[in-house]
Design a protein around this ligand. Sequence first.
Ligand SMILES: [Fe+2]
Length: 374
Amino acid sequence: MRQVLDASILKDFENPFGLKHGLPGVAYVSDEFWRYENDNLFGRHWVFVAFAHQLADSGDVAPVSVGGQSVLLVRDEANEINAFYNVCRHRNLQLIDETGNCGRLIRCPYHSWSYDLCGNLKNAPYFGGEANALPPDFELEDHGLMPVKCAVWHDWVFVNLDAEAPDFENFLQPILNQLGDNDVADYLPVATIEFGEVKSNWKLLMENFIEPYHVQFVHKATTSQPLQDHYPIIDKHCLGSAVDLSEDQVASAGEGTLGVTSHYLTLFPNFVLGTYQPDQLGVHLNIPLSAGVTVQRRVIYAHKDAVYSEQKIQQIKDLWHSVHLEDHAICERLQAGRHSAMAAQGGVLSPHWETSVRVFQELVAAAIRPSLQK
Ligand SMILES: [Fe+2]
């Protein structure tokens, strides 16, 4: 039987008195809540879906999952990345099922309807009977692929399923403000880490990145960033934290640990960017597949003027691999804990260190509230 969630699940979250509570466990484990997120959160926000350099050539295609919908990304002959609903207009077959190159046409394998890289239907063979015959009331131009709004910022591809999507430049502005003079266009990808599926709700991975409170405990062996040097960042829907270290602190950081001034920034809902002085960026893609499963990939970027040896790149990859696995172990246990009856009240949030987590959760609550029964 279909479960129906009502507004009472947010009772403790919305309590204006005392310590703030987090979102209830049901927000992380319920299929119903996941459907609400698909409809009203991922279906209405700019969602980070891919790295542009992984669609390098004309004809490169990738299927991505957004708000429960399959979306097809394709780089066209003018070097633009386009997004479409990933279904043929004839019988709605899913067109692209794996990353690759389709050449100059996206061809449906069922009846060979073919679309150019801008989504225009070019050929519907035998649809009217003979080889090139078309029915009298059928025009190719009326049956192109259905477009999805798509925008690329440096190496990062975003889509928005909402035809009334807010302006992408406005969406970016808070993170641009936080980056200041640090121009992401100066950074080039040097390595990718594929983590595959993490058995955690996407929000736990985001919340964990946003707050600095856990770093001293979870990343004791991999970081040299004292808690007291951190501060939360809340700038509209750009949420995160930062740690500013002195030259002495950087010089005395533990061998092989992360011990530099770092900014940990997100854009709601799922874009994650870390800056690591003086010359490194990291971006991770969290792709939610269900309430309990998220696929994660990290791309490491180096400043164009930095000289990174193969050995250094491998060391950086190894470090980030370790840091992420430390976080995944925690997020998977957080996910397990969300099934407990004890999680109905959502725990409590630090009024000092988890303020940005609270704002993240308020944005989630605001998005799904219209779906909840009164
Ligand atoms: Fe962490």
